[in-house]
Ligand binder design. Structure first.
Ligand SMILES: Nc1ncnc2c1ncn2[C@@H]1O[C@H](COP(=O)(O)OP(=O)(O)OP(=O)(O)O)[C@@H](O)[C@H]1O
Ligand SMILES: [Mg+2]
Length: 243
């Protein structure tokens, strides 16, 4: 099966089972959404899949390859990229420098060396154009609006040319115009063959963007299906009402 699959995934923090024996499949080629109440384990799920947190139990496979417990660097190499719930950019680097640093995480000094390949700079500028902030290329990230920083982070994810992209609340704290732009971008990138898995609380975004929705409650899926079906599911309503 092409796509991302987890089976029996479990991760506890002290007494809290953040992800609790979760089994779920996200098919390749789709725009998948992962929704659920606060604290239902969505970000922890992302962290386990992308190698930032080691699961206590369970298996993660990508295109039928076992990637369980591999480091973040290796998983990025498999073609899985991600953004963070609290946007991660280097505040004192310019937009273009942020993208150069994104290709070589861990070596900002080398990333910004003058000997840097022109091709990386060209690609960075191309991606800034793609996300619509090329006019801000030389502006420090701390001087960008939060929505612009999120677009910059997305461009940083694209620097590695990932075929699967995990976005943790891309619309959170972003103004409606930029939410619209992020939506258009996701659709375009999906049409070009990239798979998405999007955690999002903004239901308008989830309903308008996704092909398939999985609902988490207390660390595992309780419902899944097309957006309109999931929206009408009484179990989902109960989870959001704290039932
Ligand atoms: N590093 C950590 N240490 C201790 N507890 C944690 C840690 N990370 C997550 N948790 C706990 O695990 C549970 C799931 O948290 P997680 O952040 O995965 O939920 P979420 O679905 O992403 O929530 P939100 O929608 O608010 O972002 C919560 O009870 C949270 O407090
Ligand atoms: Mg979260």
């Amino acid at each position: 099966m092409k796509g991302l699959r987890v089976a029996g995934l479990t991760k506890s923090f002290g007494g809290v089972r953040a992800v609790d024996d979760a089994s779920v499949t996200f098919q390749h080629g789709r725009i998948n959404a992962l929704i659920g109440p606060n604290g239902s384990g969505k970000t922890t799920f992302f962290n386990c899949v992308t190698g930032m947190v080691k699961p206590d139990a369970g298996i993660v496979t990508y295109h039928d390859r076992d990637i369980t417990g591999r480091g973040a660097h290796k998983i990025a190499h498999e073609g899985i990229g991600r953004s963070f719930q609290l946007c991660r950019v280097f505040p004192r680097l310019t937009a273009v420098e942020n993208l150069l640093a994104a290709v070589r995480p861990g070596s900002i000094v080398r990333a910004l060396a003058p000997a840097r390949l022109k091709s990386d700079v060209d690609r960075a500028l191309e991606l800034l154009t793609r996300v619509g902030i090329e006019h801000l290329a030389d502006v420090e990230a701390r001087d960008l609006s939060y929505g612009q920083q999120k677009l910059l982070e997305l461009a940083g994810v694209l620097m590695a040319d990932p075929e699967t992209i995990l976005l943790d609340e891309p619309a959170g704290g972003v103004n409606p115009a930029l939410i619209e732009r992020i939506g258009v971008l996701v659709r375009e990138l999906n049409a070009e063959g990239r798979t998405f898995l999007i955690v999002e609380h903004n239901m308008d975004v989830v309903m308008s963007l996704s092909d398939h929705v999985v609902v988490f409650d207390r660390g595992r899926p309780i419902a899944e299906g097309p957006p309109d079906v999931v929206r009408a599911d009484p179990l989902v309503l109960a989870a959001y009402l704290g039932g």
